[in-house]
Design a protein. Structure first.
Lengths: 295, 322
Protein backbone atom coordinates (compact mmCIF):
# COMPACT_ATOMS: atom_id res chain seq x y z
CA UNK A 1 0.00 0.00 0.00
CA UNK A 2 1.53 3.30 -1.03
CA UNK A 3 0.30 6.83 -1.62
CA UNK A 4 0.30 9.17 -4.64
CA UNK A 5 -0.14 12.89 -3.90
CA UNK A 6 -1.51 11.93 -0.51
CA UNK A 7 -4.18 9.64 -2.01
CA UNK A 8 -3.99 5.91 -1.18
CA UNK A 9 -3.07 4.06 -4.36
CA UNK A 10 -5.97 1.69 -3.89
CA UNK A 11 -8.53 4.50 -4.07
CA UNK A 12 -6.72 6.10 -6.97
CA UNK A 13 -6.60 2.95 -9.07
CA UNK A 14 -10.17 1.95 -8.33
CA UNK A 15 -11.39 5.41 -9.41
CA UNK A 16 -9.20 5.12 -12.50
CA UNK A 17 -10.93 1.83 -13.27
CA UNK A 18 -14.38 3.35 -12.79
CA UNK A 19 -13.21 6.14 -15.09
CA UNK A 20 -12.19 3.57 -17.70
CA UNK A 21 -15.62 1.91 -17.39
CA UNK A 22 -17.44 5.19 -17.88
CA UNK A 23 -15.01 5.88 -20.70
CA UNK A 24 -16.03 2.59 -22.36
CA UNK A 25 -19.65 3.70 -22.32
CA UNK A 26 -18.75 7.18 -23.60
CA UNK A 27 -16.71 5.58 -26.38
CA UNK A 28 -19.44 3.11 -27.40
CA UNK A 29 -22.13 5.78 -27.35
CA UNK A 30 -20.16 8.51 -29.11
CA UNK A 31 -19.02 5.96 -31.68
CA UNK A 32 -22.67 5.13 -32.40
CA UNK A 33 -23.55 8.82 -32.62
CA UNK A 34 -20.66 9.45 -35.00
CA UNK A 35 -21.56 6.50 -37.27
CA UNK A 36 -25.21 7.59 -37.39
CA UNK A 37 -24.32 11.23 -37.98
CA UNK A 38 -21.98 10.27 -40.80
CA UNK A 39 -24.67 8.42 -42.75
CA UNK A 40 -27.92 10.10 -41.73
CA UNK A 41 -26.79 13.63 -40.91
CA UNK A 42 -28.89 13.35 -37.80
CA UNK A 43 -27.88 13.72 -34.18
CA UNK A 44 -29.63 10.85 -32.50
CA UNK A 45 -31.06 12.26 -29.27
CA UNK A 46 -32.80 8.91 -28.71
CA UNK A 47 -29.38 7.34 -28.15
CA UNK A 48 -29.65 7.63 -24.36
CA UNK A 49 -33.13 6.09 -24.38
CA UNK A 50 -31.89 3.26 -26.59
CA UNK A 51 -29.03 2.60 -24.18
CA UNK A 52 -31.63 2.40 -21.41
CA UNK A 53 -33.73 0.03 -23.55
CA UNK A 54 -30.71 -2.24 -23.91
CA UNK A 55 -30.39 -2.46 -20.12
CA UNK A 56 -34.12 -3.14 -19.76
CA UNK A 57 -34.01 -5.81 -22.46
CA UNK A 58 -31.30 -7.60 -20.46
CA UNK A 59 -33.50 -7.32 -17.38
CA UNK A 60 -36.59 -8.68 -19.21
CA UNK A 61 -34.67 -11.53 -20.79
CA UNK A 62 -33.39 -12.68 -17.41
CA UNK A 63 -36.66 -12.11 -15.58
CA UNK A 64 -39.21 -13.48 -18.03
CA UNK A 65 -37.31 -15.69 -20.47
CA UNK A 66 -34.57 -16.92 -18.16
CA UNK A 67 -31.97 -15.99 -20.75
CA UNK A 68 -28.59 -15.24 -19.25
CA UNK A 69 -26.38 -12.17 -19.54
CA UNK A 70 -24.47 -13.75 -22.44
CA UNK A 71 -27.65 -14.17 -24.45
CA UNK A 72 -28.66 -10.62 -23.58
CA UNK A 73 -25.38 -9.33 -25.04
CA UNK A 74 -26.52 -10.64 -28.44
CA UNK A 75 -30.32 -10.48 -28.26
CA UNK A 76 -30.73 -7.00 -26.75
CA UNK A 77 -28.67 -5.10 -29.36
CA UNK A 78 -30.46 -6.97 -32.17
CA UNK A 79 -33.95 -6.28 -30.80
CA UNK A 80 -33.25 -2.64 -29.97
CA UNK A 81 -31.44 -2.25 -33.30
CA UNK A 82 -34.51 -3.60 -35.14
CA UNK A 83 -36.67 -1.17 -33.18
CA UNK A 84 -34.33 1.59 -34.35
CA UNK A 85 -34.63 0.47 -37.96
CA UNK A 86 -38.42 0.64 -37.71
CA UNK A 87 -38.08 4.22 -36.44
CA UNK A 88 -35.72 5.05 -39.30
CA UNK A 89 -38.06 3.59 -41.93
CA UNK A 90 -41.25 5.13 -40.54
CA UNK A 91 -40.04 8.54 -39.37
CA UNK A 92 -36.43 9.58 -39.80
CA UNK A 93 -36.26 8.90 -43.53
CA UNK A 94 -38.69 11.76 -44.19
CA UNK A 95 -36.34 14.29 -42.64
CA UNK A 96 -33.12 13.82 -44.62
CA UNK A 97 -33.86 16.67 -46.97
CA UNK A 98 -34.73 19.10 -44.18
CA UNK A 99 -32.56 21.11 -41.83
CA UNK A 100 -30.52 18.98 -39.36
CA UNK A 101 -32.38 20.45 -36.44
CA UNK A 102 -35.61 18.61 -37.29
CA UNK A 103 -33.81 15.29 -36.83
CA UNK A 104 -32.64 16.45 -33.42
CA UNK A 105 -36.15 17.57 -32.45
CA UNK A 106 -37.79 14.35 -33.65
CA UNK A 107 -35.33 12.10 -31.83
CA UNK A 108 -35.66 14.29 -28.71
CA UNK A 109 -39.43 13.74 -28.84
CA UNK A 110 -38.92 9.98 -29.25
CA UNK A 111 -36.59 9.98 -26.24
CA UNK A 112 -39.29 11.71 -24.15
CA UNK A 113 -41.87 9.12 -25.24
CA UNK A 114 -39.68 6.09 -24.57
CA UNK A 115 -38.45 7.32 -21.19
CA UNK A 116 -41.92 8.44 -20.18
CA UNK A 117 -43.44 5.06 -20.99
CA UNK A 118 -40.73 3.17 -19.09
CA UNK A 119 -41.09 5.50 -16.11
CA UNK A 120 -44.83 4.91 -16.01
CA UNK A 121 -44.45 1.15 -15.89
CA UNK A 122 -41.28 0.74 -13.85
CA UNK A 123 -41.07 3.89 -11.68
CA UNK A 124 -38.01 6.05 -11.20
CA UNK A 125 -36.15 3.81 -8.78
CA UNK A 126 -33.71 1.36 -10.28
CA UNK A 127 -34.18 -2.38 -10.72
CA UNK A 128 -31.25 -4.60 -9.77
CA UNK A 129 -29.66 -6.84 -12.39
CA UNK A 130 -27.54 -9.70 -11.08
CA UNK A 131 -23.99 -10.03 -12.32
CA UNK A 132 -23.31 -13.25 -14.27
CA UNK A 133 -21.74 -15.87 -11.98
CA UNK A 134 -18.79 -16.49 -14.27
CA UNK A 135 -17.67 -12.86 -13.90
CA UNK A 136 -18.01 -12.57 -10.15
CA UNK A 137 -15.01 -12.09 -7.91
CA UNK A 138 -11.79 -10.46 -8.97
CA UNK A 139 -8.03 -10.50 -9.05
CA UNK A 140 -5.72 -9.04 -6.47
CA UNK A 141 -3.05 -7.27 -8.48
CA UNK A 142 -1.02 -6.29 -5.43
CA UNK A 143 -1.54 -2.57 -5.84
CA UNK A 144 -5.31 -2.85 -6.28
CA UNK A 145 -8.27 -5.23 -6.40
CA UNK A 146 -9.54 -5.75 -9.95
CA UNK A 147 -13.17 -6.97 -10.14
CA UNK A 148 -13.51 -9.41 -13.06
CA UNK A 149 -16.68 -7.87 -14.38
CA UNK A 150 -15.15 -4.42 -14.69
CA UNK A 151 -12.10 -5.77 -16.47
CA UNK A 152 -14.44 -7.59 -18.84
CA UNK A 153 -16.42 -4.42 -19.65
CA UNK A 154 -13.30 -2.43 -20.50
CA UNK A 155 -11.82 -5.19 -22.67
CA UNK A 156 -15.12 -6.02 -24.41
CA UNK A 157 -15.87 -2.41 -25.32
CA UNK A 158 -12.33 -1.87 -26.55
CA UNK A 159 -12.71 -4.92 -28.81
CA UNK A 160 -16.10 -3.75 -30.11
CA UNK A 161 -14.83 -0.21 -30.72
CA UNK A 162 -11.69 -1.33 -32.53
CA UNK A 163 -13.73 -3.88 -34.52
CA UNK A 164 -16.06 -1.11 -35.66
CA UNK A 165 -13.10 1.04 -36.59
CA UNK A 166 -11.62 -1.86 -38.58
CA UNK A 167 -14.86 -2.53 -40.48
CA UNK A 168 -15.39 1.11 -41.39
CA UNK A 169 -11.82 2.06 -42.23
CA UNK A 170 -10.36 -1.17 -43.60
CA UNK A 171 -13.02 -3.29 -45.32
CA UNK A 172 -14.93 -3.09 -48.58
CA UNK A 173 -18.24 -2.63 -46.75
CA UNK A 174 -16.70 0.26 -44.83
CA UNK A 175 -15.47 1.78 -48.06
CA UNK A 176 -19.04 1.72 -49.42
CA UNK A 177 -20.23 3.35 -46.22
CA UNK A 178 -17.64 6.11 -46.36
CA UNK A 179 -18.35 6.67 -50.04
CA UNK A 180 -22.09 6.90 -49.38
CA UNK A 181 -21.38 9.46 -46.66
CA UNK A 182 -19.46 11.61 -49.13
CA UNK A 183 -21.73 11.27 -52.14
CA UNK A 184 -24.84 9.09 -51.83
CA UNK A 185 -26.09 9.82 -55.36
CA UNK A 186 -22.90 8.60 -56.99
CA UNK A 187 -22.79 5.45 -54.85
CA UNK A 188 -26.40 4.70 -55.82
CA UNK A 189 -25.43 5.05 -59.44
CA UNK A 190 -22.99 2.16 -58.91
CA UNK A 191 -25.94 -0.04 -58.01
CA UNK A 192 -25.61 -0.01 -54.24
CA UNK A 193 -28.80 0.19 -52.24
CA UNK A 194 -28.01 3.30 -50.22
CA UNK A 195 -31.36 3.65 -48.40
CA UNK A 196 -31.00 0.09 -47.10
CA UNK A 197 -27.45 0.87 -46.05
CA UNK A 198 -28.69 3.92 -44.16
CA UNK A 199 -31.30 1.84 -42.34
CA UNK A 200 -28.72 -0.80 -41.39
CA UNK A 201 -26.29 1.88 -40.23
CA UNK A 202 -28.88 3.39 -37.95
CA UNK A 203 -29.73 -0.06 -36.63
CA UNK A 204 -26.04 -0.73 -35.99
CA UNK A 205 -25.47 2.56 -34.16
CA UNK A 206 -28.53 1.94 -32.01
CA UNK A 207 -27.35 -1.63 -31.40
CA UNK A 208 -24.06 -0.26 -30.04
CA UNK A 209 -26.01 1.89 -27.58
CA UNK A 210 -28.07 -1.13 -26.49
CA UNK A 211 -24.89 -3.19 -26.06
CA UNK A 212 -23.50 -0.48 -23.78
CA UNK A 213 -26.79 -0.63 -21.88
CA UNK A 214 -26.53 -4.40 -21.33
CA UNK A 215 -22.97 -4.04 -20.07
CA UNK A 216 -24.01 -1.20 -17.78
CA UNK A 217 -26.93 -3.14 -16.25
CA UNK A 218 -24.95 -5.14 -13.63
CA UNK A 219 -22.89 -2.09 -12.60
CA UNK A 220 -25.54 0.59 -12.33
CA UNK A 221 -29.16 -0.26 -11.62
CA UNK A 222 -31.55 -0.54 -14.54
CA UNK A 223 -33.63 2.64 -14.45
CA UNK A 224 -35.67 4.64 -16.98
CA UNK A 225 -33.61 7.83 -16.66
CA UNK A 226 -30.19 6.15 -16.81
CA UNK A 227 -29.70 7.36 -20.37
CA UNK A 228 -30.89 10.96 -20.36
CA UNK A 229 -28.13 12.53 -18.26
CA UNK A 230 -25.51 10.29 -19.84
CA UNK A 231 -26.42 11.38 -23.36
CA UNK A 232 -25.73 15.04 -22.56
CA UNK A 233 -22.23 14.13 -21.34
CA UNK A 234 -21.76 12.08 -24.52
CA UNK A 235 -22.77 15.14 -26.56
CA UNK A 236 -19.97 17.07 -24.84
CA UNK A 237 -17.59 14.18 -25.61
CA UNK A 238 -18.65 14.36 -29.26
CA UNK A 239 -18.08 18.13 -29.34
CA UNK A 240 -14.61 17.65 -27.85
CA UNK A 241 -13.60 14.85 -30.21
CA UNK A 242 -15.41 16.00 -33.32
CA UNK A 243 -17.50 13.48 -35.24
CA UNK A 244 -15.24 13.36 -38.27
CA UNK A 245 -13.08 10.51 -37.03
CA UNK A 246 -14.02 7.06 -35.71
CA UNK A 247 -10.73 6.61 -33.86
CA UNK A 248 -11.12 10.13 -32.48
CA UNK A 249 -14.46 9.20 -30.92
CA UNK A 250 -12.94 6.10 -29.28
CA UNK A 251 -9.85 7.84 -27.93
CA UNK A 252 -11.81 10.85 -26.65
CA UNK A 253 -14.39 8.62 -24.97
CA UNK A 254 -11.86 6.56 -23.01
CA UNK A 255 -9.64 9.57 -22.29
CA UNK A 256 -12.43 11.70 -20.86
CA UNK A 257 -13.68 8.77 -18.75
CA UNK A 258 -10.24 8.50 -17.15
CA UNK A 259 -10.01 12.26 -16.57
CA UNK A 260 -13.44 12.20 -14.95
CA UNK A 261 -12.32 9.32 -12.72
CA UNK A 262 -9.20 11.21 -11.65
CA UNK A 263 -11.27 14.32 -10.90
CA UNK A 264 -13.37 12.20 -8.55
CA UNK A 265 -10.23 11.46 -6.52
CA UNK A 266 -8.59 14.88 -6.46
CA UNK A 267 -11.49 17.32 -6.66
CA UNK A 268 -14.79 15.44 -6.16
CA UNK A 269 -16.99 18.58 -6.35
CA UNK A 270 -16.06 19.04 -10.00
CA UNK A 271 -16.53 15.44 -11.12
CA UNK A 272 -19.97 16.18 -12.60
CA UNK A 273 -18.80 19.19 -14.53
CA UNK A 274 -15.21 18.45 -15.55
CA UNK A 275 -16.12 17.15 -19.01
CA UNK A 276 -18.18 20.28 -19.75
CA UNK A 277 -15.31 22.49 -18.58
CA UNK A 278 -12.92 20.60 -20.86
CA UNK A 279 -15.39 21.13 -23.69
CA UNK A 280 -15.35 24.89 -23.07
CA UNK A 281 -11.53 24.94 -23.04
CA UNK A 282 -11.30 22.89 -26.23
CA UNK A 283 -13.76 25.27 -27.92
CA UNK A 284 -11.52 28.18 -26.98
CA UNK A 285 -8.29 26.58 -28.18
CA UNK A 286 -9.37 24.30 -31.02
CA UNK A 287 -12.91 25.23 -32.09
CA UNK A 288 -13.09 22.33 -34.57
CA UNK A 289 -12.57 19.75 -31.81
CA UNK A 290 -9.51 17.60 -31.13
CA UNK A 291 -10.01 15.32 -34.13
CA UNK A 292 -12.28 17.54 -36.21
CA UNK A 293 -11.22 18.12 -39.79
CA UNK A 294 -13.06 21.34 -40.52
CA UNK A 295 -15.07 23.71 -38.40
CA UNK B 1 -27.48 43.75 -53.87
CA UNK B 2 -28.58 44.57 -50.35
CA UNK B 3 -29.98 47.88 -51.52
CA UNK B 4 -31.89 46.29 -54.38
CA UNK B 5 -33.57 43.70 -52.21
CA UNK B 6 -34.51 46.44 -49.75
CA UNK B 7 -36.38 48.41 -52.37
CA UNK B 8 -38.11 45.31 -53.70
CA UNK B 9 -39.13 44.27 -50.22
CA UNK B 10 -40.45 47.69 -49.31
CA UNK B 11 -44.09 47.47 -50.53
CA UNK B 12 -44.51 43.97 -49.13
CA UNK B 13 -43.01 45.25 -45.92
CA UNK B 14 -45.80 47.70 -45.22
CA UNK B 15 -48.43 45.01 -45.90
CA UNK B 16 -46.85 42.55 -43.52
CA UNK B 17 -46.39 45.38 -41.05
CA UNK B 18 -50.16 45.92 -41.14
CA UNK B 19 -51.06 42.29 -40.40
CA UNK B 20 -48.55 42.29 -37.54
CA UNK B 21 -50.02 45.50 -36.10
CA UNK B 22 -53.57 44.17 -36.26
CA UNK B 23 -52.55 40.89 -34.67
CA UNK B 24 -50.68 42.79 -31.95
CA UNK B 25 -53.73 44.93 -31.16
CA UNK B 26 -55.94 41.85 -30.98
CA UNK B 27 -53.46 40.15 -28.66
CA UNK B 28 -53.31 43.24 -26.40
CA UNK B 29 -57.11 43.43 -26.25
CA UNK B 30 -57.35 39.73 -25.38
CA UNK B 31 -54.76 40.12 -22.62
CA UNK B 32 -56.71 43.05 -21.11
CA UNK B 33 -60.02 41.17 -21.11
CA UNK B 34 -58.62 37.74 -20.20
CA UNK B 35 -58.33 38.11 -16.38
CA UNK B 36 -62.10 38.60 -16.18
CA UNK B 37 -62.58 35.09 -17.53
CA UNK B 38 -59.41 33.17 -16.77
CA UNK B 39 -57.50 32.58 -13.54
CA UNK B 40 -54.77 35.29 -13.45
CA UNK B 41 -52.07 32.96 -12.07
CA UNK B 42 -52.46 30.74 -15.12
CA UNK B 43 -52.27 33.77 -17.40
CA UNK B 44 -49.15 35.03 -15.67
CA UNK B 45 -47.48 31.64 -15.92
CA UNK B 46 -48.36 31.43 -19.61
CA UNK B 47 -47.10 34.97 -20.26
CA UNK B 48 -43.76 34.30 -18.58
CA UNK B 49 -43.29 31.25 -20.76
CA UNK B 50 -44.57 33.12 -23.80
CA UNK B 51 -41.86 35.72 -23.30
CA UNK B 52 -39.30 32.95 -22.76
CA UNK B 53 -40.40 31.25 -26.00
CA UNK B 54 -40.32 34.56 -27.92
CA UNK B 55 -36.74 35.10 -26.72
CA UNK B 56 -35.82 31.59 -27.83
CA UNK B 57 -37.54 32.10 -31.17
CA UNK B 58 -35.44 35.20 -31.81
CA UNK B 59 -32.49 32.81 -32.22
CA UNK B 60 -34.02 29.85 -33.98
CA UNK B 61 -36.55 31.70 -36.06
CA UNK B 62 -34.46 34.64 -37.21
CA UNK B 63 -30.83 33.52 -37.02
CA UNK B 64 -31.42 29.80 -37.50
CA UNK B 65 -29.52 28.88 -34.32
CA UNK B 66 -31.04 26.07 -32.25
CA UNK B 67 -30.11 26.68 -28.63
CA UNK B 68 -30.92 23.58 -26.63
CA UNK B 69 -29.90 25.14 -23.34
CA UNK B 70 -32.13 28.16 -22.89
CA UNK B 71 -33.17 26.99 -19.41
CA UNK B 72 -29.73 28.19 -18.35
CA UNK B 73 -30.65 31.87 -18.75
CA UNK B 74 -34.26 31.46 -17.64
CA UNK B 75 -33.42 29.40 -14.55
CA UNK B 76 -30.35 31.31 -13.38
CA UNK B 77 -32.15 34.62 -13.89
CA UNK B 78 -34.97 33.38 -11.69
CA UNK B 79 -32.43 32.29 -9.03
CA UNK B 80 -30.70 35.67 -8.98
CA UNK B 81 -33.92 37.66 -9.11
CA UNK B 82 -35.29 35.60 -6.22
CA UNK B 83 -32.05 36.03 -4.28
CA UNK B 84 -32.00 39.78 -4.95
CA UNK B 85 -35.59 40.22 -3.79
CA UNK B 86 -35.34 37.96 -0.77
CA UNK B 87 -31.81 38.40 0.61
CA UNK B 88 -30.72 41.77 -0.73
CA UNK B 89 -34.20 43.29 -0.32
CA UNK B 90 -34.37 44.63 -3.88
CA UNK B 91 -37.73 46.05 -5.05
CA UNK B 92 -39.38 43.88 -7.76
CA UNK B 93 -38.36 46.06 -10.71
CA UNK B 94 -34.68 45.87 -9.71
CA UNK B 95 -34.96 42.15 -8.98
CA UNK B 96 -36.29 41.53 -12.49
CA UNK B 97 -33.52 43.71 -13.92
CA UNK B 98 -31.03 41.61 -11.95
CA UNK B 99 -32.52 38.60 -13.72
CA UNK B 100 -32.11 40.31 -17.09
CA UNK B 101 -28.48 41.16 -16.31
CA UNK B 102 -27.85 37.55 -15.27
CA UNK B 103 -29.24 36.37 -18.59
CA UNK B 104 -27.08 38.89 -20.47
CA UNK B 105 -23.83 37.91 -18.74
CA UNK B 106 -24.44 34.17 -19.04
CA UNK B 107 -25.55 34.66 -22.64
CA UNK B 108 -22.35 36.54 -23.43
CA UNK B 109 -20.16 33.77 -21.98
CA UNK B 110 -22.09 30.79 -23.35
CA UNK B 111 -22.80 32.52 -26.65
CA UNK B 112 -19.18 33.38 -27.38
CA UNK B 113 -18.28 29.71 -26.83
CA UNK B 114 -21.20 28.25 -28.77
CA UNK B 115 -20.95 30.40 -31.91
CA UNK B 116 -17.51 28.93 -32.53
CA UNK B 117 -19.25 25.90 -34.01
CA UNK B 118 -22.12 25.68 -36.47
CA UNK B 119 -25.27 23.69 -36.98
CA UNK B 120 -25.85 20.63 -34.91
CA UNK B 121 -22.75 21.23 -32.75
CA UNK B 122 -24.20 24.56 -31.68
CA UNK B 123 -27.21 22.77 -30.20
CA UNK B 124 -25.02 20.23 -28.40
CA UNK B 125 -22.70 22.89 -26.95
CA UNK B 126 -25.54 25.00 -25.60
CA UNK B 127 -27.11 21.88 -24.07
CA UNK B 128 -23.83 20.81 -22.47
CA UNK B 129 -23.11 24.28 -21.03
CA UNK B 130 -26.63 24.43 -19.60
CA UNK B 131 -26.14 21.01 -18.00
CA UNK B 132 -22.88 22.21 -16.45
CA UNK B 133 -24.64 25.19 -14.90
CA UNK B 134 -27.40 22.87 -13.72
CA UNK B 135 -24.82 21.02 -11.63
CA UNK B 136 -23.52 24.34 -10.28
CA UNK B 137 -27.07 25.28 -9.29
CA UNK B 138 -27.39 21.90 -7.58
CA UNK B 139 -24.20 22.41 -5.57
CA UNK B 140 -24.19 26.18 -4.91
CA UNK B 141 -25.26 27.23 -1.41
CA UNK B 142 -27.46 30.21 -2.27
CA UNK B 143 -29.75 28.24 -4.62
CA UNK B 144 -30.98 26.05 -1.78
CA UNK B 145 -30.33 22.80 -3.70
CA UNK B 146 -33.43 20.62 -4.02
CA UNK B 147 -35.59 23.10 -2.07
CA UNK B 148 -34.85 26.09 -4.27
CA UNK B 149 -35.39 29.64 -3.01
CA UNK B 150 -38.84 29.81 -1.46
CA UNK B 151 -40.92 32.61 -0.01
CA UNK B 152 -39.63 35.32 -2.34
CA UNK B 153 -41.44 38.62 -1.52
CA UNK B 154 -43.31 40.26 -4.39
CA UNK B 155 -42.66 43.63 -2.75
CA UNK B 156 -43.81 47.06 -3.86
CA UNK B 157 -43.24 48.28 -7.40
CA UNK B 158 -41.16 51.51 -7.29
CA UNK B 159 -41.83 51.45 -3.55
CA UNK B 160 -45.45 52.49 -4.20
CA UNK B 161 -47.63 49.78 -5.72
CA UNK B 162 -48.13 46.66 -3.66
CA UNK B 163 -47.93 43.59 -5.89
CA UNK B 164 -49.47 41.17 -3.36
CA UNK B 165 -52.77 41.14 -5.26
CA UNK B 166 -52.81 38.90 -8.32
CA UNK B 167 -54.59 41.52 -10.41
CA UNK B 168 -51.91 44.18 -9.84
CA UNK B 169 -49.22 41.60 -10.47
CA UNK B 170 -50.98 40.57 -13.68
CA UNK B 171 -51.00 44.17 -14.91
CA UNK B 172 -47.24 44.40 -14.38
CA UNK B 173 -46.61 41.06 -16.14
CA UNK B 174 -48.70 42.20 -19.13
CA UNK B 175 -46.76 45.45 -19.35
CA UNK B 176 -43.41 43.64 -19.19
CA UNK B 177 -44.53 41.07 -21.74
CA UNK B 178 -45.87 43.62 -24.23
CA UNK B 179 -42.81 45.87 -23.87
CA UNK B 180 -40.44 42.95 -24.55
CA UNK B 181 -42.64 41.73 -27.38
CA UNK B 182 -42.52 45.15 -29.06
CA UNK B 183 -38.77 45.21 -28.57
CA UNK B 184 -38.49 41.83 -30.35
CA UNK B 185 -40.73 43.10 -33.19
CA UNK B 186 -38.49 46.14 -33.50
CA UNK B 187 -35.34 44.00 -33.56
CA UNK B 188 -36.74 41.68 -36.21
CA UNK B 189 -37.86 44.52 -38.49
CA UNK B 190 -34.69 46.60 -38.09
CA UNK B 191 -31.73 46.57 -40.50
CA UNK B 192 -29.98 44.50 -37.83
CA UNK B 193 -32.82 41.95 -38.04
CA UNK B 194 -32.49 41.82 -41.83
CA UNK B 195 -28.84 40.87 -41.45
CA UNK B 196 -29.84 38.13 -38.98
CA UNK B 197 -32.26 36.71 -41.55
CA UNK B 198 -29.55 36.89 -44.19
CA UNK B 199 -27.30 34.83 -41.90
CA UNK B 200 -30.11 32.31 -41.43
CA UNK B 201 -30.63 31.97 -45.16
CA UNK B 202 -27.02 31.86 -46.30
CA UNK B 203 -24.20 32.57 -43.89
CA UNK B 204 -21.26 32.35 -46.33
CA UNK B 205 -23.03 34.85 -48.57
CA UNK B 206 -23.58 37.24 -45.68
CA UNK B 207 -19.88 36.95 -44.85
CA UNK B 208 -18.94 37.64 -48.45
CA UNK B 209 -21.08 40.79 -48.34
CA UNK B 210 -18.80 42.02 -45.59
CA UNK B 211 -20.92 41.32 -42.52
CA UNK B 212 -19.07 40.09 -39.45
CA UNK B 213 -21.63 37.33 -38.91
CA UNK B 214 -20.09 36.07 -35.66
CA UNK B 215 -20.62 39.46 -34.08
CA UNK B 216 -24.25 39.59 -35.26
CA UNK B 217 -24.86 36.09 -33.96
CA UNK B 218 -23.37 36.94 -30.59
CA UNK B 219 -25.45 40.10 -30.22
CA UNK B 220 -28.59 38.15 -31.13
CA UNK B 221 -27.61 35.46 -28.63
CA UNK B 222 -27.10 37.97 -25.83
CA UNK B 223 -30.42 39.70 -26.64
CA UNK B 224 -32.21 36.38 -26.57
CA UNK B 225 -30.59 35.35 -23.28
CA UNK B 226 -31.39 38.74 -21.73
CA UNK B 227 -35.05 38.48 -22.66
CA UNK B 228 -35.12 34.91 -21.35
CA UNK B 229 -33.64 36.41 -18.17
CA UNK B 230 -36.47 38.94 -17.95
CA UNK B 231 -38.94 36.05 -18.28
CA UNK B 232 -37.16 34.03 -15.59
CA UNK B 233 -36.89 36.98 -13.21
CA UNK B 234 -40.55 37.84 -13.63
CA UNK B 235 -41.55 34.23 -13.02
CA UNK B 236 -39.55 34.15 -9.77
CA UNK B 237 -41.35 37.29 -8.50
CA UNK B 238 -44.82 36.12 -9.60
CA UNK B 239 -44.60 32.62 -8.14
CA UNK B 240 -42.27 33.65 -5.30
CA UNK B 241 -40.02 30.67 -5.90
CA UNK B 242 -36.94 29.73 -7.91
CA UNK B 243 -36.17 26.03 -8.26
CA UNK B 244 -34.10 23.42 -10.05
CA UNK B 245 -36.92 22.65 -12.50
CA UNK B 246 -36.25 25.92 -14.28
CA UNK B 247 -32.57 25.17 -14.95
CA UNK B 248 -33.04 21.50 -15.93
CA UNK B 249 -32.71 20.40 -19.57
CA UNK B 250 -36.39 19.40 -19.61
CA UNK B 251 -37.17 23.12 -19.39
CA UNK B 252 -34.93 23.77 -22.40
CA UNK B 253 -36.89 21.08 -24.21
CA UNK B 254 -40.21 22.61 -23.20
CA UNK B 255 -39.39 26.01 -24.64
CA UNK B 256 -38.37 24.35 -27.91
CA UNK B 257 -41.69 22.50 -27.89
CA UNK B 258 -43.71 25.68 -27.29
CA UNK B 259 -42.01 27.45 -30.17
CA UNK B 260 -42.37 24.44 -32.45
CA UNK B 261 -46.08 24.04 -31.71
CA UNK B 262 -46.75 27.75 -32.22
CA UNK B 263 -44.61 28.04 -35.33
CA UNK B 264 -40.84 28.50 -35.70
CA UNK B 265 -39.93 31.89 -37.09
CA UNK B 266 -43.38 33.43 -36.66
CA UNK B 267 -43.69 36.42 -34.37
CA UNK B 268 -46.84 35.29 -32.60
CA UNK B 269 -46.24 31.55 -32.75
CA UNK B 270 -44.25 31.22 -29.51
CA UNK B 271 -47.03 33.03 -27.61
CA UNK B 272 -49.69 30.67 -28.96
CA UNK B 273 -47.45 27.67 -28.33
CA UNK B 274 -46.74 28.70 -24.73
CA UNK B 275 -50.45 29.06 -23.98
CA UNK B 276 -51.21 25.66 -25.54
CA UNK B 277 -48.47 23.82 -23.67
CA UNK B 278 -49.10 25.52 -20.30
CA UNK B 279 -52.84 24.91 -20.65
CA UNK B 280 -52.12 21.28 -21.44
CA UNK B 281 -49.91 20.93 -18.36
CA UNK B 282 -52.54 22.57 -16.15
CA UNK B 283 -55.64 20.85 -17.44
CA UNK B 284 -54.14 17.41 -18.01
CA UNK B 285 -52.82 17.31 -14.45
CA UNK B 286 -54.75 14.11 -13.88
CA UNK B 287 -52.50 12.39 -16.38
CA UNK B 288 -49.40 13.51 -14.42
CA UNK B 289 -46.70 11.15 -15.52
CA UNK B 290 -48.09 10.79 -19.02
CA UNK B 291 -47.51 14.50 -19.72
CA UNK B 292 -43.90 13.77 -20.77
CA UNK B 293 -45.10 11.11 -23.17
CA UNK B 294 -47.73 13.45 -24.61
CA UNK B 295 -45.10 16.15 -25.05
CA UNK B 296 -42.92 13.66 -26.88
CA UNK B 297 -45.81 12.70 -29.16
CA UNK B 298 -46.46 16.39 -29.91
CA UNK B 299 -42.78 16.81 -30.83
CA UNK B 300 -42.93 13.87 -33.22
CA UNK B 301 -46.23 14.92 -34.80
CA UNK B 302 -45.09 18.54 -35.21
CA UNK B 303 -41.81 17.56 -36.85
CA UNK B 304 -43.36 15.01 -39.19
CA UNK B 305 -46.67 16.61 -40.17
CA UNK B 306 -47.03 20.10 -38.76
CA UNK B 307 -43.75 21.91 -39.26
CA UNK B 308 -45.36 25.32 -39.72
CA UNK B 309 -46.97 25.25 -36.29
CA UNK B 310 -50.34 26.76 -35.36
CA UNK B 311 -49.61 30.38 -36.23
CA UNK B 312 -47.49 29.44 -39.23
CA UNK B 313 -50.39 27.37 -40.59
CA UNK B 314 -52.88 30.23 -40.06
CA UNK B 315 -50.51 32.71 -41.72
CA UNK B 316 -50.10 30.31 -44.62
CA UNK B 317 -53.87 29.91 -45.07
CA UNK B 318 -54.53 33.65 -44.88
CA UNK B 319 -51.40 34.40 -46.90
CA UNK B 320 -50.22 36.99 -44.43
CA UNK B 321 -47.19 37.30 -42.23
CA UNK B 322 -47.69 36.79 -38.50
Amino acid sequence: MFEIFGIPSNALFSQLLIGLINGSFYALLSLGLAVIFGMLNIINFTHGAQYMMGAFMAFFLLQYAGLSYWWALIVAPVVVGLFGMIIERTMLQWLYKLDHLYGLLLTFGLALIIEGVFRNYFGSSGLPYAMPDSLRGGQNLGFMFLPNYRAWVVVASLVVCLGTWFVIERTRLGAYLRAATENPTLVRAFGINVPRMITLTYGFGVGLAALAGVMAAPIYNVSPQMGSDLIIVVFAVVVIGGMGSIMGAIVTGFGLGVIEGLTKVFFPEASNTVIFVIMAIVLLIRPAGLFGRTA
Amino acid sequence: MAVASDTIAAPEHSAEGRSETIAFLIMTAVLIVAPFFIYPLFLMQALCFALFACAFNLLIGYVGLLSFGHALYFGWASYLAAHAAKVWGFPPELAILTGAATGAVLGLVAGSLAIRRQGIYFAMITLALAQMMFFFALQAKFTGGEDGIQGVPRGKLFGLIDLASNNTMYALVVVIFLACFLLILRIINSPFGEVLKAIRENEPRAISLGYKTDRYKLVAFVLSATLAGVAGGTKAIVFQIASLTDVHWTMSGEVVLMTLVGGLGTVFGPVAGAFVIIAMQNYLNALESWVTVIQGVIFVVCVLLFRRGIVGEIAHLLRIKL
